[in-house]
Ligand binder design. Sequence first.
Ligand code: COA
Length: 259
Amino acid sequence: MPAVLYEKRDRIAFITLNRPEALNAFNREMHQQLREAWLDFREDDNLWVAVVTGAGERAFSAGADVKEMGQRREEQSRRSFWETWFGEDLQSGLEVWKPTIAAINGYCLGEGLTLVLACDFRIASERASFGFPEVNLGIATIVGAIRAPQVVGLGNALELLLVGDRVDAQRAYDMSLVQRVVPHDSVRAEAEALAQRLCRNGPLAVRCTKEVAYRSLQLPFRDAVRMGESLRRLVAASEDAREGPQAFREKREPQFKGR
Ligand code: COA
């Protein structure tokens, strides 16, 4: 059984973490296959939106595979400390400007939560729960500690990161960790409906706007505007930027092509 299922339907990529017997914990195979899926999604011009979820009914992901941890520590110690490594995972910094949606169908812990924080939209089952239990194991989480304050604010992030207890879907909603809480059985359908809605928009405009929103978090205002205006010109030169206004004038739905 593959550790990640990767399916393309129309413009949407469906990525499913597929180790339900281990609550979709991240082992080496899953990292490898997930990386390949994100890279393929990023490069395939026919794909405009990705939905990521967990197989089974209990977990999105229970985080890093704790049973594999001894081995991974040995692997890491062989890697030079001075070798800067960002990896090619979405959760560890892969740049993907197409929109990504997490359909959170249960436990969402540790690295699973870090992955969800790297997605643009988070839709949670009412049965989902969230946490960074790393500190309970004596392990530090780094990318989670970088991303969480940007999404939920420093106080809420530190509660998750330093206490390590799980919070339920309602509390996650209250701290803006997820945008929506839905009945368990409809979490994947809601994510797909949002993906289809996003596919009706001009994909280059969506990607440009997403990149400006994220990149400008780290830029002074004037630099962000200059960067954004340059990207806007690229989008304005596309066929899609002519198609949108033309469709409006002709009172029809635009047919965007992503070029
Ligand atoms: N790594 C490896 N295996 C895991 C796992 C993980 N992170 N989380 C769960 N599993 C496995 C369990 O070992 C168990 O397998 P087994 O039946 O072969 O023993 C199976 O998934 C089901 O988990 P179980 O613990 O029986 O379910 P539960 O409902 O009682 O508890 C959790 C669910 C998520 C609370 C509990 O599994 C847990 O605390 N997991 C570890 C979470 C964690 O610390 N993640 C961060 C690591 S940095």
